[in-house]
Design a protein around this ligand. Structure first.
Ligand code: PMP
Length: 396
């Protein structure tokens, strides 16, 4: 019986202390949110630039809803593709320096769509071990031979590339910024290896697009990689951009192939045009309010300095994702609950999202935070992270 099996699986989750719970936010995304009528400082949002409730995005969405209504109405290929979607794709292509961009309703679907359209049985896909779940799921769904290399380990990757048989196409896929670790893939060196071994390179820049690079064009801008070097660039619009949705950018051949073959593109309703309007407004702010990236960088440095002074076990990251490695699942949950009591919301990330023994507090900073907010966070961590986790000597 399925119901009995489900009950058993849920009970096991409880027993392992891995049961996932949701919080109900009673206010907009932002540095301060209300839960159960109490105000908290929020350090677990991916709204890295603090744009999710920016007045210009709200106005753009309201005006587009007046003009275009609320629903997308149909899939892009049936009759759901509006001029706002079209404009957004043109703008994304321009910002990323690619021939074209194609909108997807979510990043998860963009990854599923791209990978399953590009490879199939008889092909090979190699991914970083710490890639996002959607990239791993896509590889399994593709039917191609799937292997994973050690995180950011180019020697391990090259050994695997050398051993691939000559038959079948090769796709190499990485997170540009790793979602649970915050570190960055060496995209320049990956591009060299991809070329050497005739593999098509795809990077998921969900956490970099909008946030990294002088113009906010993300990891491809940081490494200065064009569409020959990095042919499949995926970005999301629901994190740094503060809106919703995702895109794949690349050359004509790639985008036309995705339109024809990417099932999560073809068989789903287009995102609401008003959401596309909000993304368009946000893209304008990437240059008009570039101070957001500078401010975020300053906060990241402030946090890292403060955490090092306190001997907190930070993971090596220079991005807005600043995980604090706890190890034990129950301890990560306890610290997160104690932070709650201090009025600070930080998510504990546990297996199966991360490996056993790698549980952590995933702290994310945003441009909507102030230096005082960071000081409050550090004080709360000082109160709640037990001494046995401190590694002061290494940081001094
Ligand atoms: N890729 C990465 C690296 C992510 O972290 C996420 C979201 N957590 C996604 C893809 C999926 O993006 P979306 O939320 O737009 O589905």
């Amino acid at each position: 019986m399925i119901t009995k099996a489900l009950q058993d699986r849920l009970a096991e989750r409880h027993h392992q202390s891995r049961y996932r719970m949701r919080r109900v936010l009673e206010t907009a995304q932002g540095p301060r949110v209300a839960v159960d009528g109490r105000e908290y400082l929020l350090f677990c949002s991916n709204d890295y630039l603090g744009l999710a409730n920016h007045p210009k995005l709200i106005t753009a969405m309201q005006e587009a809803a007046q003009q275009y209504g609320v629903g997308g109405g149909a899939s892009h290929l049936v009759c759901g593709h509006s001029s706002l979607h079209h404009q957004l794709e043109l703008r994304l292509a321009e910002i990323t320096g690619r021939d074209r961009a194609l909108l997807f309703s979510t990043g998860y679907m963009a990854n599923l769509g791209a990978i399953t359209a590009l490879i199939s049985k008889g092909d090979h896909i190699i991914e970083d071990r710490l890639n996002h779940a959607s990239l791993l799921d896509a590889a399994l769904l593709s039917g191609a031979k799937f292997q994973r290399f050690h995180h950011n380990d180019l020697d391990d990757l090259e050994r695997r590339l050398q051993k691939l048989p000559p038959t079948g196409n090769r796709l190499l896929v990485v997170d540009a910024v790793f979602s649970m670790d915050g570190d960055i893939a060496p995209l320049d060196e990956l591009a060299v290896l991809a070329k050497k071994y005739d593999a098509y390179l795809m990077a998921d820049d969900a956490h970099g697009f909008g946030v990294l690079g002088g113009a906010g064009a993300g990891s491809a801008e940081v490494f200065n990689l064009d569409q020959q070097q990095l042919p499949v660039l995926m970005g999301t619009l629901g994190k740094g951009i503060g809106s919703y949705g995702a895109f794949i950018a690349g050359d004509e051949l790639l985008i036309e192939s995705l339109i024809q073959f990417a099932r999560p593109y073809i068989y789903t309703t287009a995102m609401p045009p008003a959401v596309a309007a909000a993304s368009l407004a946000s893209l304008e702010l990437l240059s008009a309010e570039s101070w957001r990236r500078d401010h975020l960088q300053a906060l990241i440095q402030q946090f890292k300095r403060g955490a090092q002074d306190l001997g907190l076990p930070l993971m090596p990251s220079n991005t807005a994702i600043q995980p604090l490695l706890v190890g034990d699942e129950a301890l990560a949950m306890t610290i997160s609950a104690n932070l709650d009591m201090e009025g600070v919301l930080v998510s504990a990330i546990r297996p199966p999202t991360v490996a056993i023994g790698q549980s952590r507090l995933r702290i994310t900073l945003t441009a909507a935070h102030s230096a005082d907010d960071i000081a409050t966070l550090l004080a709360a961590l000082d109160k709640t992270v037990p001494v046995e986790l401190r590694i002061a000597a290494q940081y001094k």
